[in-house]
Design a protein around this ligand. Structure first.
Ligand code: IVH
Length: 668
């Protein structure tokens, strides 16, 4: 392919890929399969590698970020990043309207918007391309986080259409959708790591990650609500937003234009309730004057515009009495303090318990039993204690002292250096840890054993039938069916579930063992690289940290796990029972539909895999290996020394060329 052809193809691919990003991430429409998208991306990356002169930071290939750490540069905002004054009642909105009416004598309209609860961002576009993204900072200067912002798929790198101003800024909010946040926390929980507090802080932290590939992996989203520039398309804020939508920005469909305050109040009432069904966090409503000219007439105060106000949803908090503190011991031995409260109604639900997280938080709050405490509950977070009403403290109230011994087994708690969490070190004797480990072992993403819920495990444990994971495989129909609430049917169900679990693939067995910090992803990585439990057991620190996503802490934890005799015995026992402790070789031959309907030509010689293996892989995954290149060929997998005629024909017909690595990655 010559330079001109390459340039044309690069441009075409970039355009197509951005169009697909837009459909998927802004419009929520799925128009191309992931596979086809990946193939186009691979082709683009390959061409960009071959023709580095066409490198462009706004190419969709740059959205994966980079793992090079960067320090952020501080830059000055061209327009100050103001905040909004807040209102907590409808009366305050009426006062806001009165202040406007005093100055503006004509009719005016309001735009009502959701107040997104994320982290604000200002984007600068020049000639239709994203050139800079800056955080709010102190309102005057912020951090240049352009590299990270480029990885957010719903943010256009190039604008659509051509009627945008040569230069303008757009402001909005970067958010982590609840779904992404929950998934992230579920992963952390499984890996026994501390959980993240809320999507807002997580989005802000992610946006400021020094490593843009981390930002890319966290699936942030962004909504925009404010345009700035010398020349804007319209004098109306609402109209500008609708036009910006056409340029490719995500503008909330819930942004509405109203003529009077009653409509504004209806909007507030509606979203006060419906906000709980949105995919992202909101903490209020923003009311803005629609006309830019009238906005100018109203002007600014030192910190915020006089033409807008934020109505904040009711602070969902209440005061109540702390009755006691209890301590929960998780499967990893981590001890979490939980506050038992006088029941109180917050945001429509009765709250009786709140997390106190760890000893440092208890100390910082200086909390005493019987204190009146403030409890907060965002729709999205576990209730938490935010403060203490000292004025209501009696001198006889006793301070909460974090326990020193495990409430379940009496072992002295330990605290690892640099960690706030306290642990019960009695891995094998502490009932809570044992039950937690069994619950984890049988859970859906681990061994997925039917019929064994938390209650059943409690019963089996209390009767002394199961003292650890291994005992599950020693259960018999006779000893299960005599237990309370268990008949023959439930006994059979459990035994069948245990039998079926012997086919569960190795990566899930490894995850099920509950090694600290080895969550699902890490387990998969370990299995993919090391193939068998023997190899994992004998891998040293250096070998382990060479594996993708495995850092020092995880490596140490793995080594520690395998240094214990009881763990080796457990694995030997489970192996004897028939559980899978090595990668399933047949699995490599398993059929998938990943290449369904695709005609693929193989050409040249390969490094990692033979031509016949390649052919098998194509067929096993539903594709067709064809000999000659034609218009119908979808891909050419090219190795070294591809024949010149084949190469020419491939280019002539515009068939994408991929390497053996690309091909293997596709099948993963
Ligand atoms: S307008 C000059 N509109 O709230 C007006 N802000 O307290 C600038 N926010 O820093 C802001 N949703 O991060 C505006 N629809 C919305 C908003 C919104 C969320 C955030 C933004 C701003 C803060 C002000």
């Amino acid at each position: 392919m010559d330079k001109n052809e390459a340039q044309l193809r690069i441009e075409q691919l970039r355009k197509e890929l951005e169009e697909h990003n837009y459909s998927y991430y802004v419009l929520n429409q799925h128009v191309i399969s992931d596979f086809d998208f990946d193939m186009k991306m691979k082709e683009l990356e390959k061409l960009e590698n071959c023709f580095p002169e066409f490198f462009n930071l706004n190419s969709p290939s740059q959205r994966v970020g980079s793992d090079i750490n960067v320090e952020f540069e501080q830059v000055e905002h061209s327009y100050l990043m103001l905040s909004l004054s807040n209102a907590y009642s409808k009366e305050e909105i009426i006062d806001f309207d009165k202040r406007i009416r005093k100055i503006i004598e004509t009719d005016y309209e309001y735009v009502c918007e959701l107040k997104f609860d994320g982290t604000s961002i200002s984007l600068l576009y020049e000639n239709g391309e994203l050139v800079r993204a800056v955080t709010r900072g102190d309102g005057v200067r912020g951090d240049d986080v352009t590299g990270n912002v480029r990885t957010i798929r719903s943010i256009p790198l190039k604008l659509r259409g051509n009627n945008y101003p040569a230069s303008f800024e757009i402001r909005g909010e970067i958010l982590m959708p609840f779904k992404v946040f929950d998934e992230l926390n579920a992963e952390l929980e499984q890996a026994g790591k501390p959980l993240l507090a809320n999507p807002r802080n997580t989005a802000a932290g992610t946006l400021k990650s020094k490593n843009s590939s981390v930002t890319a992996s966290r699936k942030l989203d962004a909504y925009f609500y404010y345009l700035l520039g010398e020349i804007l398309p319209s004098d109306e804020h609402y109209q500008n937003l609708q036009i910006a939508k056409k340029w490719g920005f995500k503008i909330s469909e819930h942004t509405k234009l109203y003529k009077n305050l009653n409509e504004v109040f209806d909007y507030i009432d509606k979203w006060n309730i419906e906000r709980h069904h949105l995919p992202v966090a909101t903490d209020g409503i923003v009311i803005k004057l629609n006309s830019k000219k009238l906005q100018e007439n109203m002007g600014l105060t030192a910190k915020s515009p006089r033409w807008a106000i934020a109505y904040k949803f009711k602070a969902e908090s209440a005061a109540t009495v702390l009755k006691s503190v209890s301590y929960q011991v998780g499967r990893t031995g981590a001890v979490t303090p939980v506050a038992n409260l006088e029941p109180v109604l917050i945001a429509g639900t009765i709250v009786k318990r709140a997390s106190l997280h760890n000893a440092d938080i208890i100390q910082n709050l200086d909390i005493h039993i019987n204190d009146t405490v403030f409890v907060e509950k965002g729709g999205e977070i576990i209730p938490k204690i935010t403060g203490v009403d000292i004025t209501r403290r009696h001198p006889m109230f006793q301070p909460v002292m974090f326990i020193e011994y495990c409430p379940e087994c009496g072992a002295r708690l330990i605290r690892n250096e640099g960690e706030t969490v306290r642990y019960c070190p009695n891995d094998n004797g502490c009932p809570s840890q044992i039950k937690g480990k069994i619950e984890h072992f049988v859970s859906r993403n681990a061994m997925d054993i039917d019929g064994l819920g938390q209650e059943t495990i409690e019963i089996l444990f209390n009767y002394g039938l199961v003292k650890g994971v291994a005992d599950l495989y020693r259960l018999t129909k006779e000893n299960i069916s005599v237990l309370e609430r268990m008949g023959e049917k439930s006994a059979e169900r459990i035994l069948t579930g245990l039998e079926v679990s012997k086919n569960v693939p190795f990566e899930r067995v490894l995850f099920a063992l509950g090694i600290r910090f080895v969550g699902e992803t890490v387990a998969k990585r370990l299995v993919k690289s090391l193939h068998s439990i023997e190899n994992i057991k004998s891998a040293d620190f250096d070998k382990l940290i060479e594996i993708d996503e495995i850092g020092e802490r995880i490596a140490e934890s793995i080594i520690d796990y395998f240094s214990k005799k009881e763990h080796i015995e457990l694995i030997d026992f489970l192996k004897k029972q028939g559980l899978q402790f090595k990668i399933d070789e047949k699995k490599l031959g398993i059929q998938t539909d990943k290449l369904k309907g695709l005609n693929i030509v193989i050409s040249g010689t390969f490094e990692k895999i033979s031509r016949s293996e390649l052919k098998n892989l194509i067929e096993q995954n539903g594709g067709k290996n064809v000999g000659a290149i034609s218009k119908k060929t979808n891909y050419v997998v090219a190795g070294e020394n591809m024949g010149p005629n084949k190469l020419e024909k491939t280019i002539q017909l515009g068939v994408p060329i991929i390497s053996e690595d690309d091909f293997l990655k596709m099948l993963d």
